[in-house]
Write a protein that binds this ligand. Structure first.
Ligand code: SF4
Length: 116
């Protein structure tokens, strides 16, 4: 089972992501081998974010995708069409809200949802 994590950071300009070092969050996830791959996207809810999700999730080797960023309920609404077009079951997407967290807090939240 292949699983991946995408960190989405509101273009890097949103203050909600300024308390953390987003690269260190990803490095911690890599070091602990929590997923098979990690990536960073500036704005998954934009048109090119849809394209990114469609291209990525058309890969049938990917069974589960975690997105750390904004509210998980909002994520579900924003990504579901792209996931369906890619033939990826939206139930296999888990979102985690990491806004306004420090690097360690964001990492702990991500680890928790992956280990659920
Ligand atoms: S998907 Fe969420 S975290 Fe990503 S850019 Fe849009 S609002 Fe921000």
């Amino acid at each position: 089972m292949k699983k991946g994590l995408i960190l989405c950071v509101c273009q890097g300009t949103c203050p909600s992501f300024h308390k953390m070092d987003v690269f260190e969050v990803l490095n911690k996830v890599r070091r602990d081998k929590l997923v098979n791959f990690v990536s960073l996207h500036p704005q998954l809810c934009a048109d090119d974010g849809d394209q990114y999700l469609k291209l990525l999730l058309a890969n049938k080797d990917i069974d589960k995708i975690y997105v750390a960023g904004c509210d998980p309920a909002m994520q579900k609404k924003m990504y579901k069409d792209a996931m369906k077009e890619a033939g990826f079951d939206p139930e296999n997407h888990k979102g985690v809200d990491i806004r306004n967290m420090s690097t360690d807090e964001a990492f702990d939240s991500i680890r928790k949802i992956i280990n659920e």
